[in-house]
Every structure is written in structure tokens, then in C-alpha cells.
Design a protein around this ligand. Sequence first.
Ligand code: SAM
Length: 299
Amino acid sequence: MSDWTLLASGQTYPPGTLYVVATPIGNVADLSLRALHVLGLADAIACEDTRNTGQLLTRVGLQRPLVAVHEHNEREAAVRIVERLRAGERIAYVSDAGTPGISDPGARLVEAVRAAGLGVVPLPGPSAAVTALSVAGDMLEAGEGRFTFVGFLPGKPKARADEIARLAVLDHAWVLYEAPHRIADTLAALAAALPGTRRLLIGRELTKLFEETPVLTVAEAPAWLASEAARGKGEFVLVVEGVRRAEAGDEDAPDAEAVRVLKLLLAELPAKRAAKLAAAITGAKTDALYQLALAQRAE
Ligand code: SAM
């Protein structure tokens, strides 16, 4: 037994269990030692696309029976997998890339296995969102570590613009996935909807040969994409920073949460009292909240 196998086997892998295994988002060496161990132990590997997963297994020197479980057959396939688990098999589930269930199928299978009273064990590993966030630096820190995971924006321009408008007021970073054929439209939509100084991190081709992770303003991003023809190809994850106080033109301007609390209190209390309480609850400046409360009352 090699050293890594010993490390990975320092835990039990009971039969009759579904193992949900994250796989690389580009670089095959990101498959964890434990994932390799469990894929090797599995009686079968359920996967989104048997050709894709077959290639991954070949590259790491494994051969296991594959079962297709995709968006269109997830319910029926889940029934068959539950039967096999009941018979005592170990089944692994992998999506095409990254962590199953994150903008990927897997949720229905997990639900079916849980509903049958059988075990589900997650094996952590790569995810494009978390990989990009790990180098987002102060964009993440400004929101005290909070972020909103959005995944793919709606495809239709109106629905996409509405969603961007909803996200634009968040006081913390948000994370988008985008396909190569829509990245130019999405960067243009962000530039049109957000203040030009708002920053975003573009994670392009993460973990691959032509990986890039520039931090740009939304105004700069469309030109960055257009400046090299090959840029539009590849896979993208975007981390967009939340509203900065400075962006509102006033360091003391209350953030979105303080405004929300103030509005709730204003429905019940006089402006001065509402501003004082909202300041105590959220830490925003009383004066700024009082001015805002007067403006709200005047509307
Ligand atoms: N489950 C995956 C995960 O955990 O990241 C996401 C699957 S989703 C169907 C595919 C999207 O993830 C791509 O369109 C892209 O937005 C993002 N993505 C996947 N791999 C990437 C990579 N290497 N670099 C940048 N984005 C990537």
C-alpha cells in the first residue's frame, strides 16, 4: 500500500452508501487522494457524462463501471441506484467538473438516497466559485467574509438585467458562473448597470494552462475581454464586489442593511427614534440615518 492510500484509508467507507465526489475543474492533479481512493473502491460510478468521466478515470489509471445520471434521467436513475445501495454496494457520484450539486445535477439523487434512509458521504474538492473567492482578497473581506453565490444569470436580457439590479445593492461580493458564448454580453450588462468603479475578479480557465485572474473595474472589463481574440473562449467565474460606502459618495452613508432596518422602524416610530434605534442595531451613523429618515418621510 502506498503512503497516500494509507492516508486516505484512515477512515471507514461503509457499503450501502452514496459517495458524492468533487472532481477537478481543469487540472487533473487536483483530484484529491481520498477521491481517488473512493473512486477505486466504488462498485460503480454514477456520472453526468460517461465519456467525460471515462476520460478522467483513464488519466488516473482507474477502470470502474459507469452509470449515466444526468438532468433528464436523474429521478429514474436514482431509483436504480437506491436499489443497488440497498443491496450493499458503494456508489460514487461525480458531475462533469467540480463539486456536484453546485450549478450541477446531484441534488435529486442525494434526496432519493436520504429518503431511502441510506448514507450519503461528501468528498470535498474543487469548485470554481470557491477557487475564485480564495483570491478575491479585500472584495471578500469588505463584506466581512460573506458572499452570495448566484451561479448562472438568466439567459433572457430582461430577466438578466432585473437580476443584476437586484444584486447591485448587496453590501457583499456575489459570484457568477458564465459560459463563453455569453461572457461578452454579461460583462456589458454589468458595465451598464453598476457604477463604473465597482471592481470584479474574472477567474478565467482556472487551474488550466491559460488561467487568468485579473481584478478590474466593471468599466474596464469589456475591453479586457475584447483585447485578445482567444479570451472569449474558456470558462469564466466572476466575483463582483458589493457596494462600497465610498461608492455612495459618503463614507458615513448607511449600508443596505442599515437602510432596511431603518425603514422597518420608521413604519412604527418617529424619525428621530427610528434613526437612533437603527444606529444602535446596525452600527451606522445616527445623523446619516436621521437625514435619510427625514427624506423618507418627505417622500
Ligand atoms: N460544479 C461546478 C463547480 O463546483 O464549480 C460548476 C459546474 S457549472 C455547470 C460550469 C461552470 O462553472 C462554467 O460554465 C464556469 O462558469 C464555471 N467553471 C467551471 N470550471 C471552471 C474553470 N476551470 N475556470 C473558470 N470557471 C469554471
